[in-house]
Design a protein around this ligand. Structure first.
Ligand code: HEM
Length: 364
């Protein structure tokens, strides 16, 4: 491998890899909001559950509680596109892992439905007026659902990479796949979700300020604190993950194909940290600073997503799949995909515009 990823692959493979990664990045943004947001709300319920007023006033818990159901539906919708591309790219590996995990894998669906309703319940007056114990049960229950879903995706991913473990997994009838990479990998996803969530909440406050809504004085400090601690723990988790990788996989991270993406991820972390630190003592959330932080976030997530793909490509003989990708490229359907992608993006934008109009017309 000489050229940077994905230029060393035949065109159809490079094309599907690029689309897969581009759509995965969108999924990551929303999924991070849900994962870190539900964790924050669970911790908040445990700490401040007795005082239901704090939830509406709080600079993080307030918007999180209000936006969580929307963000979950966006995370699920945005998960469909990478799911389509992964089936083209790694059909055998992905489906074999699905089938081996069986009920465990299918449990994602009911768990997501339960999580969805718990998020609505968390917003409801019933829970606002109920005993604080219910707020804790509902908040922690919602987080448990999304943590389970994240764990399932990671477990399925690792099983799909470990072909040598498939027959043993099948013979044992186990519903769980244990792997040394599981813990550190989940830690990276979980801790890395907090800077994303803090960035989106900061943008939400920025938009509300533009619409003339009062912004809590501590909004900037709360987002900054959460983002910086998320970045610091994500770096520690990534170091733990890399430390546990086999030496040849570690070498691959710095090979010519992946070095630019490792650099992009690190530059992105520096930009995010600089953006948050530069304004940590300021009263408001400035647009320029949020643009810088968001650009850093994009660099980091694209870089990490490509490195993640490198880890998968090291375990799978992708050359054996080139013909399948070339065949898929002749089938067509791209136009239909693009039409529906545009339609969905339009509908989501319409929801946001409707909310914006509602907020603008609402008396402060
Ligand atoms: C709140 C719910 C969800 C959470 C917390 C979540 C979390 C995750 C995580 C942590 C990963 C990365 C796994 C890894 O690299 O180890 C992932 C990957 C992925 N997720 Fe989600 N996810 C959610 C919902 C969904 C849904 C509903 C779909 C599909 C409709 C989906 C589609 C995907 C796809 C296609 C990948 C890439 C899998 C791979 O490359 O092996 N996700 N998700």
């Amino acid at each position: 491998m000489g050229a940077p990823f994905p230029f060393d692959f035949p065109l159809p493979t490079a094309f599907y890899l690029t689309l897969y990664l581009a759509t995965l990045v969108i999924h990551v943004a929303f999924m991070n909001y849900v994962l870190a947001g539900s964790a924050y709300l669970a911790a908040f319920a445990v700490r401040h559950g007795r005082d239901s007023n704090r939830l509406t006033d709080h600079p993080l818990a307030g918007p999180l509680r209000d936006w969580m159901p929307f963000m979950l539906s966006a995370a699920i919708t945005a998960g469909i596109a990478p799911l389509l591309f992964i089936q083209i790219l790694y059909q055998r590996q992905f489906y074999t892992a699905n089938l081996l995990l069986f009920h465990r894998w299918m449990a994602i669906l009911p768990v997501l439905i339960v999580g969805f309703y718990l998020l609505y319940l968390l917003k409801s007056r019933i829970i606002g007026e109920a005993s604080f114990v219910w707020r804790i049960v509902v908040g922690c229950g919602a987080f448990a659902c999304f943590a389970f879903v994240a764990w399932s995706w990671t477990e399925n991913h690792l099983l799909s990479l470990n072909e040598s473990a498939w027959s043993d997994q099948y013979a044992s009838g186990r519903l769980f796949f244990r792997d040394p990479e599981l813990g550190p990998r989940l830690a990276v996803w979980f801790t890395g979700a907090f800077p994303t969530m803090a960035t989106i909440v900061a943008w939400q406050w920025w938009c509300l300020a533009r619409l003339g809504r009062p912004v809590p004085a501590t909004a900037n400090q709360s987002c900054t604190r959460l983002a910086l601690s998320g970045l610091a723990t994500a770096i520690a988790s990534a170091a733990w993950y890399v430390e546990n990788l086999a030496p040849e996989l570690r070498d691959q991270l710095v090979s010519s194909a992946y070095r630019p993406y490792l650099a992009a991820a690190l530059v992105g972390v520096i930009l995010q940290a600089a953006g948050w630190l530069a304004g940590r003592n300021q009263a408001g959330l400035q647009r320029g600073r949020l643009v810088l932080i968001s650009a850093g976030w994009l660099l980091t997530v694209v870089g990490v997503s490509v490195l993640r793909e490198g880890r998968r490509l090291a375990a799978i003989d992708v050359t054996a799949l080139y013909d399948l990708h070339a065949d898929a490229a002749t089938v067509g359907g791209l136009a239909v995909f693009l039409v529906f992608a545009a339609l969905n993006a339009g509908l989501i934008a319409w929801c946001l515009v409707t909310v914006r109009r509602g907020v603008r017309n609402q008396a402060p």
